[in-house]
Ligand binder design. Structure first.
Ligand code: AMP
Ligand code: ZN
Length: 470
């Protein structure tokens, strides 16, 4: 196999676009901060995981071997305003054990991810299965004088880690004033953060430790699990923009404090998805779930397509208009892909002109800090190209779909079932009408299609057609 293609990625730590330089050439370890499984995920969370999925797919496309780890936070995610653990709160509200809550929402999350074609990662470590590693790292930090214990609580001492604040670009005095009046009154400094917490009688999830019965802080989980599953050198660490502080800042302090060297080379953060220009958030209820998309008349993959049209470092506002446009754009790509048969496309040489030139431009786009908007634009140029045969178009679109992941061949195989003239346009208009829930228009278009001899059925994958021979 040839060498992987060089790739440029923005690094939140240096605030620059930098070449990816894996610790082991050709192999990339990615750690993605995963979900907290106490509630359903929303499409904002999904956008964040989608960005990590596109990163992984792009690197594989460019010739790297990727090991992708995404954790599941099933303990220790505290509310900011009280000292309560979100898992335990949910368990109490729903009358289940915290483990039942975690299993239930983990399954729901995996189903949501699958609907958006997010590839399964290689390891899904659970916080509750790595308590030993978290205790060991906490002990190392105590031994090195970077943490202190008080009454069964262990805190990281930020004053002992001079570069604290480097990721979020804050000085300690700014961080201090940013902290609210704390439930953790026993800290030496408002900016210190918990590695381990003493568990009261009422706590359901607690473990034995050198400091008594307790449970881990949220941040230590990712330091311990990334070390366990990716080792001391992590090529890329991803998360949503809100993970930068305090979560990733604290992770840097813990991991680098414990190991004595830089651990994560490239920090990457995905921007938010907004709904009506406000952040989509579990806590405010301003959310849409993946499973609600079909109820609104949208295919989940149209959301994936929408997300691809925005760069991962730009905010994206979810609107029904944008989803309708995404539905139509996706339909256009699928129509182009289904104008040739799978067999004909398989015979196309991707390295021969003019095919190779389109492929090169697609590759350039994704190798340039995951330029998915440009990559999607290249896909549309392919779909409309005058210098490509239908088979070449299908071959290229299928190749691009390794990164895009929007199921370009979901439209069927039109070389087998040739559509009569004008039918494709009617189908596109009907898809848009359905997305807009304009069922009267959709029915009228169905009649027009029937007059052309095209029978339409609506399936979860979109419109399926049968052409009457004639
Ligand atoms: P949580 O399950 O709350 O820990 O969130 C999981 C991931 O979703 C984190 O990486 C967050 O940064 C990310 N996230 C939360 N809200 C949004 C949003 N509105 N848009 C994009 N990412 C988000
Ligand atoms: Zn994390």
């Amino acid at each position: 196999m040839s060498d992987p293609r060089p790739v440029q990625l923005y690094n939140s730590l240096t605030r620059r676009i930098e070449p990816l330089a894996p610790h082991e050439p050709g192999r990339v370890g990615i750690y993605t901060c995963g979900p907290t499984v106490y509630r359903y995920a929303h499409i904002g969370n999904v956008r964040s995981f989608l960005f990590a999925d596109i990163l992984r797919r792009a690197l594989e496309y460019l010739g790297y071997e990727v090991r992708h780890v995404k954790n599941i936070t099933d303990v220790g995610h505290m509310r900011d305003d009280t000292d309560e653990d979100r898992m335990e709160l949910a368990a109490e509200t729903e009358g289940k054990s915290p483990y039942e809550i975690a299993d239930f929402y983990t399954d729901a999350w995996l189903t949501d991810e699958a609907a958006i074609n997010i590839l399964p990662v290689h390891v899904y470590p659970k916080a509750t299965e790595h308590i030993g590693q978290m205790i060991a790292m906490t002990q190392t930090l105590l031994d090195k004088g970077l943490a202190y214990e008080t009454g069964g609580n262990v805190y990281f001492d930020v004053s002992a880690f001079p570069s604290y604040g480097k990721l979020s670009g804050q000085r300690l005095d700014q961080i201090r004033t940013g902290h609210r009046v704390e439930a953790e009154a026993d800290k030496h400094d408002q900016a210190d953060f918990a590695l381990w917490k003493h568990a009261g009688e009422h706590r359901l999830m607690r473990w034995e430790s050198p400091w008594g019965l307790g449970f881990p802080g949220w941040h230590i989980e990712c330091s311990a699990m990334s070390l366990e599953h990716l080792g001391e050198w992590v090529d890329i660490h991803t998360g949503g923009i809100d993970n930068k502080f305090p979560h990733h800042e604290d992770e840097i302090a813990q991991s680098e404090g414990a190991l004595g060297h830089q651990v994560v080379r490239h920090w990457m953060h995905g921007e938010f998805l907004t709904l009506n220009e406000a952040k989509m958030a579990k806590s405010t209820g301003n959310i849409i779930r993946v499973t609600e998309l079909p109820e609104k008349g949208f295919e989940p993959l149209a959301f994936r397509y929408l997300a691809l049209q925005a760069h991962y470092r730009s905010k994206l506002d979810f609107t029904e208009d944008a989803m309708r446009a995404a539905t139509a754009g996706l339909a256009r790509l699928r129509r182009a892909a289904s104008a040739a048969s799978e067999t004909d496309a398989a015979a196309v040489d991707l390295a021969a002109p003019p095919v190779a030139a389109y492929r090169e431009r697609f590759t350039d786009a994704i190798a340039d800090d995951l330029g998915t908007p440009r990559a999607v634009a290249v896909a549309h140029e392919v779909a409309a190209a005058g210098d490509l045969t239908p088979a070449q178009k299908r071959a290229l679109l299928v190749d691009f779909d390794r990164v895009l992941g929007v199921d370009v061949t979901a439209g069927g195989d039109a070389a087998v079932v040739e559509l009569p003239a004008g039918a494709a346009e009617l189908l596109e208009r009907r898809a848009a009408a359905r997305a807009a829930r304009d069922f009267a228009a959709s029915d009228a278009l169905r009649d027009e299609l029937a007059a052309l001899g095209v029978e339409v059925r609506d399936t979860p994958d979109g419109q399926q057609t049968t052409v009457r021979p004639g």
